[in-house]
Design a protein around this ligand. Structure first.
Ligand SMILES: NC(=O)c1ccc[n+]([C@@H]2O[C@H](COP(=O)([O-])OP(=O)(O)OC[C@H]3O[C@@H](n4cnc5c(N)ncnc54)[C@H](O)[C@@H]3O)[C@@H](O)[C@H]2O)c1
Length: 263
């Protein structure tokens, strides 16, 4: 294993997973826990936070990633109680669809703002709070990694569909910050990667209204001809951690799916 991921580097290190109460984040939190990390889940769903604590035995906090002061305070608390953060995986997100014009009227700007606030600003909010801990606690051995950050974009960043103006823009923003962050943080031994999932079977997609759900799952990739499973996302996070040459790019995890303008 490389200098960052494998068993020894990850053992006992603090790994924060936002959106870790459900879907891709929950699978990642569990995989990191099994790999020996001290996992901390942040999630806006109080029930999911409780379940992560009670059922999975993880440290979990109720949090809104878009809350500037709240996230700052929480990362200080994590540092004090669990130790400095070495791994950050940002999975928290919302997928509120909506046309920009509805029956001739403009969409409420608040809808757009909230999607961008959670998916894009919420991601940077957690990154900015995790990075100082990675820098300040980097080992004296400068060959060793200071930390690894994995951001969750979406294939909508490239294949945004009708009704995804807000979601696609927010995910395009996430993908767009990966390289500049990797360049900025490289001197501190911190790698930054993005994952752009295709269609995955999670509460986000399963919870859509029946018609939208049928539409989303009708987008069958060339191979494998099915939706992705959350564990396959978690596997890629572990692969990124293990491979020190993966840095500054966003990997599409989609079975070669390319979304049409509308389904
Ligand atoms: N499932 C897919 O097909 C798919 C495809 C592409 C991208 N993604 C992205 O992957 C990520 C995870 O999606 P998922 O499918 O696991 O969804 P999910 O709904 O199962 O999980 C998302 C989690 O984020 C939490 N969350 C939402 N807003 C939050 C906030 N403001 N603060 C903290 N937590 C918040 C939710 O409570 C939930 O537990 C999202 O960013 C999503 O946009 C998912």
């Amino acid at each position: 294993m490389g200098q960052t991921g494998g068993g020894s580097w990850l053992q006992g290190r603090v790994a924060v997973v936002t959106g870790g109460g459900s879907g891709l984040g929950a699978a990642t939190a569990l995989a990191l826990h099994r790999a020996g990390a001290r996992v901390v889940v942040l999630d806006a769903d109080a029930g999911a936070v409780q379940a992560a604590g009670n059922d999975q035995g993880l440290v979990a906090y109720h949090a809104d990633v878009s809350d500037e002061a709240g996230i700052e305070a929480l990362f200080s608390l994590i540092e004090a109680q669990q130790g400095p953060v070495s791994v950050l995986v940002c999975c928290a997100g919302i997928a509120t669809p909506g046309a920009v014009v509805r029956k001739g009227a403009p969409m409420p700007l608040e809808e757009y703002r909230r999607v961008v606030e959670v998916n894009l600003i919420g991601t940077l909010n957690c990154v900015r709070c995790a990075v100082p801990q990675m820098i300040n606690h980097r080992a004296d051995d400068q060959a060793e990694a200071g930390g690894v950050i994995v951001l969750t974009a979406s294939i909508a960043a490239e294949d945004g569909q009708v009704g995804q103006a807000a979601y696609a823009a927010s995910k395009g923003g996430v993908a767009g910050m990966v390289l500049p962050l990797a360049r900025e943080l490289g001197d501190h031994g911190i790698r930054v990667m993005g994952i752009a999932p295709g269609v995955f079977s999670t509460p986000m997609t399963e919870g859509l209204p029946e018609r939208s759900r049928a539409v989303v799952f009708s987008a069958v990739p060339p191979f494998p001809k099915r939706a992705g499973q959350a564990g396959e996302f978690a596997d890629l996070v572990l692969a990124i951690l293990a491979n020190p040459m993966l840095n500054g790019t966003t990997i599409r995890l989609d079975g070669a799916l390319r979304m049409p303008a509308r389904l």
